[in-house]
Design a protein around this ligand. Sequence first.
Ligand SMILES: Cc1ncc(C[n+]2csc(CCOP(=O)(O)OP(=O)(O)O)c2C)c(N)n1
Ligand SMILES: [Mg+2]
Length: 584
Amino acid sequence: MKPPQKMGPSEALVETLAANGVTHVFGIVGSAFMDALDIFPAAGIRFVPVAHEQGAIHMADGYARASGRHGVCIAQNGPGVTNFVTGVAAAYWAHSPVVFITPETGSMTMGLGGFQETEQLPIFSKITRYQGHVNNPKRMAEIAARCFDRAMLELGPAQLNIPRDFFYGEIEATIAEPLRINQGAGDAAALERAAALLAGASFPVLVAGGGVINAAATAEAIELAELLGAAVCNSYLHNDSYPASHALAAGPLGYQGSKAAMKLIAQADVVLALGTRLGPFGTLPQHGLDYWPKQAQVIQIDADPRMLGLVKPISVGVHGDARAAAAALIRLLAGRPLAGAGSRAARLSRIAAEKSAWEAELSAWTHERDPYSLEVAASSKHMHPREMLRALEQALPGDCMVSTDIGNICSVANSYLRFEKPRSMFAAMSFGNCGYAFPVICGAKLAAPARPAFAYVGDGAWGISFNELLTCARERIGVTVVVFNNEQWGAEKKNHVDFYARRYQGVNLENPSWAAVARAFGCEGVTVERLVDVAPALRAAARAQSDGKTTVLEMMVTQELGDPFRRDALSKPVRYLEKYRNFV
Ligand SMILES: Cc1ncc(C[n+]2csc(CCOP(=O)(O)OP(=O)(O)O)c2C)c(N)n1
Ligand SMILES: [Mg+2]
């Protein structure tokens, strides 16, 4: 270890950022951290000023998800910091290693009710993996380093809370080397039991989750699937966990996922859940298929032991790294007789048949067919959302990154998003906040500037997030936003249609021209009315990205609505008071 050196706490902080390879910090300028900000450029750090701190934390999240490195953001104590809350919760559920730096009101006035004061640790206590509080300026380097280590080790947000007077002074500090600890494959006996189950399987199926992406385990997942002749399903919203063009790839499970994946996993006698917590929403019945194979033996491998057996009963739990565990299973299975070997060819042709059936169904599924959708589409000249999504899918360039928001059309897009490599799809994960996709893709683009970057956003969610167009224009960040203009908060309207006899409350939107708004911000804006214009518009927007130009493609679509997310969540209203008698 290097001997301690004299420096200021701001220098200790900034040197720790540099030691962790930080090159971008997102935020809004504030007096609280100016002393550190001042020396960012000399440390090779670009401060990316945003429009709203929620944008900063989402950008840090997108940056981390695209790169696998830390995403970092900073805000003024009090209101700047509280603006982080939603984004921290989203990053928590996306398993993003973000470090968010929260200068706090000064230590000598804390508790007196001064300016911009709030207790900043309790607010984040349930949505962080680690909270570091600098309780003495002499500990700045140590605690900052721990935040970076924990965010990476536990894959989630770490808070670095710093009383604002602690940026100043003279300290002796050593800048720590980042601590990187490999997790390993997990318990040998559990892996052996898993291998035995897989060897005895007649219809094994893999579920590739976010852990495959985070552990860079794609090659091992492919090898294992090929060894077993097993279909591979992506876990919900991780369509980039396994290459879509691979013969064994069956597509995503979950809401608006692939019927092929669902029909195949329904047949499984052994399921290998690799790097997935099998979250409750990821395996909900879909398309009328209650596909989860309740009789199957389930092997679950996860880096977080608390996820093992939490949602689905399992036969074997392995607390390990997805890549190391998959490699261990490959070794354990090599040369072992496999009960499923004889039926391998039949399985492969079954997989191929289910996939082509689903492809044909998707191609023919040009619009929704429920009475509400047929009615609204009949009186509209706009594009059917599904046709538009299909056209987008076909036009998306290879190697692209796509973020998706929360909404009906974004959810239907799940059927039309396929990727060849990991770190390509950044959906709003379990926290499910509208307004996630756009700032996230901005952060991803800064992490991977050469990759074409697209955000899919509903028009309602766009109203929450379009302020970051300012950031794109000012900072020359070139991304493409596809805004689905159906003039409604569609996903929620679907509940009014299905459960509340179409009594609409706050779901209809009156939009400005979103293309004109984009132009007013100094970005490009294009209104797309016809299906034939979708692909050319997308390609032109993708080209503009290399000039640092952001384009908003405003897709004019009908108001038809796909299946709701949660049939389980609502029930028909029951009223007891006379006054509300008709509200059923
Ligand atoms: C921050 C936030 N507020 C409210 C919701 C509830 N919500 C879920 S989906 C949805 C509607 C989304 O509408 P839009 O973005 O227009 O997409 P569409 O459903 O029309 O495709 C709303 C309001 C949410 N998920 N997040
Ligand atoms: Mg909408």
